[in-house]
Design a binder for this molecule. Structure first.
Ligand code: NI
Length: 255
């Protein structure tokens, strides 16, 4: 069984003081590739460095909406320069977050808009972070004259209507720890209803540990737990679910 963690933050050094050990535990659980996602220039730079240092590690670079108050256009050139590394496989995480107010909506939009233009002109996949803002983000994408060819809603948590609008736009869905939470029957129903060739596994480590590990730090090895739960949701075997989601991730990110 081979699994891919398509979204984690091994670039958060405090949470992952020994990346080599973390990757050993991931491989022991079948996770042979991980994609490390940037949140600003510094964490993007670390993601690129990790991708150069370790086999099976790839990077996505860009500014998270919660960091957008510190973003200025001069940062975009630094992000663009990182795209020349061959293990940088996308722009992200970018988007809208109405849950927290670390940055104003205007700041989030300006930051995300710059990154979107970069992703479109460079022809690379986009990883979206969206929290309590699905309608606005989907409206935005629907109105783009040209949308990025590949987009994923990381840690998808929208409702059936959001899922169907996203499906229409060709967007992929990131599945994380919340699919294992007892109260999340509605999320499981939605995930079972979207095209299975659009599902990808991710941990968002160190956040969002799956059941029964909630409250403990998350890590890429936990993708195996999420895969097992998603397999039940889809009514397929654990190995079929691994094959499906890994092939989706390979096609999406080219890893
Ligand atoms: Ni994230």
């Amino acid at each position: 069984m081979r699994l891919v963690d398509t979204h984690c933050h091994l670039n958060f050094g405090d949470a992952f003081p020994d990346v080599s050990l973390t990757l050993d535990r991931a491989r022991a659980n079948g996770v042979d590739r991980v994609i490390v996602i940037g949140c600003d220039t510094e964490t993007s730079k670390i993601a690129v460095e990790l991708s150069k240092e370790f086999d099976g590690v790839y990077a996505v670079v860009g500014w998270h909406p919660n960091y957008a108050a510190n973003y200025s256009r001069s940062e975009l050139g630094l992000i663009e320069a990182m795209l020349s590394h061959k293990k940088v496989v996308g722009i992200g995480e970018i988007g809208l977050d109405y849950h927290w107010d670390y940055a104003t909506i205007e700041q989030q939009r300006a930051c995300t808009s710059d990154h979107l233009q970069l992703a479109i002109s460079a022809g690379v996949p986009v990883v979206f972070h969206c929290r309590e803002a699905y309608s606005d983000l989907l409206d935005w994408i629907e109105r783009l004259p040209i949308a990025p060819e590949k987009m994923v809603l990381h840690c998808f948590g929208g409702d059936a209507m959001h899922a169907s609008r996203a499906t229409e736009l060709g967007i992929y869905f990131g599945v994380d720890g919340p699919v294992t939470y007892k109260k999340n029957d509605s999320l499981r129903l939605v995930l079972a209803s979207v095209p299975s060739e659009r599902l990808m596994l991710e941990t968002d480590a160190p956040y969002l540990s799956p059941e029964p590990y909630r409250g403990k730090p998350n890590e890429p090895a936990m993708v195996s737990v999420i895969n097992a739960r998603l397999a039940e949701v889809l009514g397929i075997s654990v190995s079929e679910c691994a094959e499906l989601t890994t092939s989706n991730a390979e096609q999406f990110f080219g890893v």
